[in-house]
Each structure stands twice: as structure tokens, then as C-alpha cells.
Design a binder for this molecule. Structure first.
Ligand code: DOR
Length: 405
């Protein structure tokens, strides 16, 4: 259906301009002031802002295997409510996608989404890098997956990582590493950066495209910054919680329990600096729901993982943009444009001929984060109670409204 969004300020790459946006058959067909063309549906967006649909390259949707925590359906609904037009669920599932048999149940659940909830955000799964002992069937998985990751655990065996990088490169796919050396406690930043040291070498040696998940330590950033200067094909993400919190005086509450852990003020400062100076490539939530019971056992006893999808945009807009760390165009780059480019996904920018993947946000609306009404099955989030601005009003994927407040 030919649809026009009118009255909004529209993101045009380096700022906002007053413009109408017309979508048809999944594409943006016109952007400009006072478009005269007729549309079957006109959506008035006065005082709102239109940005490219957000893209989260790191979520956990628990289906198949732990549907009591989240399903692909509840995860997709949470994504849409958060302004995300595309999400990439990690493969720490049961069965796990080491091969096509392991991937099929997830593909079937994604396939079913349209008939159960109608239009929905894009959900594109990961395949695994290894099963712990050997490299997964990357060649069979490649046509169906966004990239390869063992997220949840690090690849401990360097020889396996090297073989995986060579094979992923031949397939034109990214290796997306949960970097964690189990010789160190997670609280020790070496647990994160020792594998980054190893994998940067392997990426240089193999020419693979290498992306590092949820970077949390200053030393990891220093290493990646240097590697980029040397021309190694590396990118990295961090998550909103590492940009907002540091580990002095964290409450004894499962809401702050995740892996990697929130680190020191100096680590957080290094992440903010990387956001501001262009080193950071993207922000991904690591949305990782667990049951209320599993998160009720204090900091020590609760499972690792917190919710991000329905909080990330307002939290990041408030703390980074209103907080004066980065301008809004850099936030759009981190949450949409860069993920689209690096993972080869539709969207990431608003342009004629491009995918009609967009979010309408109210940057003036000030509210308090309250997970009680969220679409996700989980409730545990460190952002609960934060006063924020930047409310998601509508999300569109491929020209379909997937969320409307
Ligand atoms: O906190 C985390 N939760 N970190 C991970 O790496 C995995 C995730 C999960 O699956 O719960």
C-alpha cells in the first residue's frame, strides 16, 4: 500500500530536514518537502522524527530450547516496540545451529511469524562457528544465516578459529566473536582481550572479516583501534549498559548481572571516547532474557543476561546525545547504518529506492523506563527506573507497520 508519512523531521544522513516520506511495495519511493503524489494511507507525524529502522546484531530469542524465557515471536514484538526493523538472534539454542538440522527449527519458527503476528521485524539467525571440538558446517549454513558466532562462549582453540576464519572468508561471511578466554575469571579484562589479541592476528593472517561482540574493556578498544590502523578487517560492538554504568557501587541485583560484566569507570570512559571519536562501530543490546526466578537471586546467584531491546534507543539518546557525548547522526550510524553495512542488510539509511525500514520517534517525550508492560517475556533490565527521552512511536519494516504506539 502506498503510504505517506507527513509532517515529520526526517533523518537525511547528517541531520534532520522537514520532509514527507512515501513508501510502496516495501521501498521508499519518495522523500522530500510537500510531496504532491497521492497515497492510500497518510500518517501524520507532526513533531516526530523519522530515522532509519534500528538494527540489533546481537539478541537472544531462546527458541528453540528455552521458550519460557523468550520466543522468536515475543522477541520480534519487543524488537519492533524498540524501533528495530531487523534483529539477529544468537545461536546458543537447543538444538544449536551447527548444521542444517540444528538450524531448521529456528528457521521454521521465523517462517511462522508472518502467520502468527502478521508483519514483523526482520529476524535473521546466526550459525555457529564450532561445536567446541570442530568447525560447524559453515558451507551448508551460509545461505540461511547472517554470520557465524559461538556467542555465549569463546572459541578456546585457536586452530579451530583459524580454520573457521578461512572458511568464513571463502563464503564472504563475518566471524562474530564472543571473546572470552576461560583461563581468566570474567571480571579480569584479560578474559576478553587475550582472545582479541589472538583473533586479530588470525584475521590478519587469513584476511577474514572479524567482528567482536559486546566489548567492555579499555584494553580491547586500544587493541582494536591499533588493528584498524594496520588495515585489519575488524569491527566491534558494545552494549548500552557498558556505556551507561560502571562497577563502583552496583546494586546487589540480578538486573546488573551479565557476561561480560560491567567494568570500571576507566573502561566506560574508553567506550565513550570510542563512541565519540569514530572507533566504535555499533551498539548492540545483547538482549538476553531469563525468567523472573532466574534473575531473582542477587548479583552472584542470578543468570547472566539482561533486556535491552525496548530500552536501548531512549537510553542511548538520553545518555549519549542529550548527554553531549555524540550528535544524533552518530547515534543513527551506530544503531542502524553501520550494522546494515557491516552485515550486508537492507535499511540503515533513508533514501529513495532503499528498503522502507524506519522508526518514528518522539524525542521530546520524557518518561521513566518501566519494563512491566514490555512485549518481551523477560523483565530484568538495569535501565529500570531511568528517566529518559526519545520514545518509539512507530516501526516499519519493508513498508509494513510492525509496531504502532
Ligand atoms: O550475559 C550474557 N547472556 N552474555 C552472553 O554472552 C550470553 C547471554 C545469554 O545467552 O544469556
Amino acid at each position: 500500500m502506498r503510504t505517506m508519512l507527513t509532517g515529520a523531521s526526517v533523518f537525511c544522513g547528517n541531520g534532520f530536514v522537514s520532509a514527507d516520506v512515501v513508501t510502496d511495495e516495501g521501498r521508499i519511493v519518495a522523500i522530500g518537502p510537500d510531496i504532491k503524489e497521492k497515497a492510500e494511507k497518510v500518517i501524520h507525524c507532526d513533531n516526530f522524527f523519522v530515522i532509519p529502522g534500528l538494527i540489533d546484531v546481537h539478541v537472544h530469542f531462546r527458541e528453540p530450547g528455552a521458550e519460557y524465557k523468550e520466543t522468536i515471536q515475543t522477541g520480534a514484538l519487543a524488537a519492533a516496540a524498540g524501533g528495530y526493523s531487523a534483529v539477529l538472534p544468537m545461536p546458543n539454542l537447543t538444538p544449536s545451529p551447527y548444521d542444517l538440522d540444528g538450524l531448521r527449527p529456528q528457521l521454521a519458527a521465523i517462517e511462522k511469524l508472518g502467520s502468527s503476528i502478521g508483519a514483523h521485524s526482520r529476524v535473521i539467525p546466526y550459525g555457529r562457528i564450532t561445536d567446541g571440538k570442530k568447525v560447524a558446517d559453515l558451507e551448508a549454513l551460509a545461505p540461511y544465516v547472517c554470520a557465524f558466532s559461538d556467542d555465549g562462549v569463546g572459541v578456546q582453540d585457536g586452530a579451530l578459529m583459524e580454520e573457521a576464519m578461512r572458511r568464513a572468508k571463502a563464503l564472504g561471511k563475518l566471524i562474530v566473536a564472543h571473546s572470552e578466554d576461560t583461563n581468566y575469571a570474567p571480571e579480569d579484562p584479560r578474559s576478553e582481550y587475550m582472545q582479541i589479541v589472538r583473533d586479530l592476528d588470525l584475521a590478519q593472517k587469513t584476511g577474514a572479516s572479524y567482528h567482536v561482540c559486546h566489548v567492555s574493556s579499555a584494553e580491547s578498544i586500544r587493541l582494536i583501534r591499533e588493528a584498524k590502523k594496520q588495515g585489519i578487517d575488524v569491527t566491534f560492538e558494545t552494549a548500552p549498559h557498558y556505556l551507561v554504568f560502571s562497577n563502583e557501587n552496583l546494586p546487589d541485583d540480578g538486573r546488573f548481572k551479565m557476561n561480560p560484566p560491567i567494568r570500571t569507570a576507566a573502561d566506560r570512559e574508553a567506550l565513550l571516547e570510542a563512541a565519540a571519536d569514530g572507533t566504535l562501530d555499533m551498539i548492540a543490546t545483547d538482549h538476553a532474557p531469563h525468567s523472573a526466578e532466574e534473575k531473582s537471586k542477587g548479583f552472584k546467584g542470578s543468570l547472566n543476561g539482561i533486556l535491552g531491546l525496548e530500552a536501548a534507543f531512549p537510553v542511548m539518546y538520553t545518555s549519549l546525545v542529550e548527554g553531549g557525548v555524540i550528535p544524533v547522526d552518530r547515534l543513527v550510524q551506530l544503531m542502524s547504518t553501520n550494522p546494515a553495512k557491516r552485515f550486508g542488510l537492507p535499511g540503515g539509511e533513508l533514501k529513495e529506492g532503499g528498503a522502507a525500514d524506519l522508526a518514528v520517534v518522539d524525542l521530546e517525550d520524557v518518561f521513566t523506563i518501566d519494563p512491566s508492560g514490555w512485549k518481551s517475556k523477560g523483565r530484568s533490565t538495569p535501565f529500570e527506573g531511568m528517566k529518559v527521552s526519545g520514545r518509539v512511536i512507530m516501526t516499519m519494516t519493508e513498508g509494513n507497520i510492525v509496531y504502532e504506539r
